[in-house]
Ligand binder design. Sequence first.
Ligand code: ARG
Length: 460
Amino acid sequence: AEKKMWGGRFAEGTAASMEAYSESVSFDRLLYAEDIRGSQAHARMLAKQGFLTDDEAKIICDGLDKVRAEIESGEFVWKTEMEDVHMNVESRLTEIIGPLGGKLHTARSRNDQVALDFRLFVAARLAVWKELLASLVRTYVDRAEEHRETMLPGCTHFQPAQPVSLAHHLLAYCQMFKRDHERVADALKRVRVMPLGAAALAGTTHPVAPAVVAEDLGFEAVFANSMDAVSDRDFVLEAVFDGSLIMAHLSRMCEELIIWANPNFGYVKLPDQYSTGSSIMPQKKNPDACEIMRGKTGRVVGDLMGLLVLIKGLPMTYNRDMQEDKEPFFDADRTVSASLGIMADMLRLMVFVPEKMAATVKRGFLNATELADYLAAKGVPFREAHHITGAAVAYAEKKGVGLEDLELTELQEFSGEIGEDVYAVLDYQAAIERRATPGGTGPKSVAAQIGALKEWLGSL
Ligand code: ARG
């Protein structure tokens, strides 16, 4: 029992099954760099507060550098009986520098230590998400600029509705990912709050200076309540929620790409690099990257659900349950980071097929609203104009042609208000151009959207 750091009051050793059950070092070793950075900042603070001499702090910090080097070179021996990353690092430090290592944990508990390490880790990963989101938005903007003139059947209810530019469609995704970026940036304010100094739960009798550690580690704020500091995991949940929403947005794009890549649509050719073949059907090119991403979305949502259930019944303050907070975040982070990178790569490489999109626009009576609006502009009540246009659509559909293919005399059967000028109105590209309202699909609005997004990207 005495080999445990906390073994003083124990007569019996831990059961082997308990050791295997309760250890976290197999996964929380990912936090080693943050654990070491946090401990070094803590040692410097203790010196500043006069608790350690400058020499002692230096010996501790140098010793921790050695531990990090051992971990990074692979020679470090991780010990399950040391439970977690924190005790593995500290016990190796003490082996290297001797009893002075035992002073490091003054005024600190693993409860505030793990909170700090995890906050440092989550903050670093969220910074990476922000970069990945920005570069995805940049890629969307690039592709949108190429396709300002490309016409796409815009859908509601997944039924062809009105023509839009492909640029406008792609820029809609930019707005989602821009909001995601803003959400992550906002979450970071609540991640970068210093918990060290809360100690086990009640604060400490030692003269700690959390603000000094906060400044050292680049955190903007310091905990207001020590009990909250060691029991708050909101920052992880928020991060994984943001990740879930990012995945949901990616998954919507994946769903569209899967449909667009189907030969019946043929709007897009997905890059070979992100597609796979079939072992039996030689003609197949499957959109596997998109399918996997759509599938992995469920996994990240599952991570979020797991975390919500994890904290929902926990009394104040630290409870060992909270050790289960790491793996869902690690899993979500791996998934979100990889997915954002892959979507940006695919988007750069995919080939859009404007002719296929245009052909569908022309087949789907996507200019019916134009005719109804045209009649309304001539004074026909819109409800009536809608009805007249519906009848014209039914007639053209029976004939197997578009509204614009009907003779003027045929169109006039439906309303005497229809004149030769109707054909300009029925033009599909013109329908896009006429939607000149702010934020609409018209070219001016698309240009303004692109300009604003570029400005935003430039400001990051
Ligand atoms: N491995 C633990 C965790 O991840 C570290 C904190 C343990 N603290 C304690 N008092 N047992 O939550």
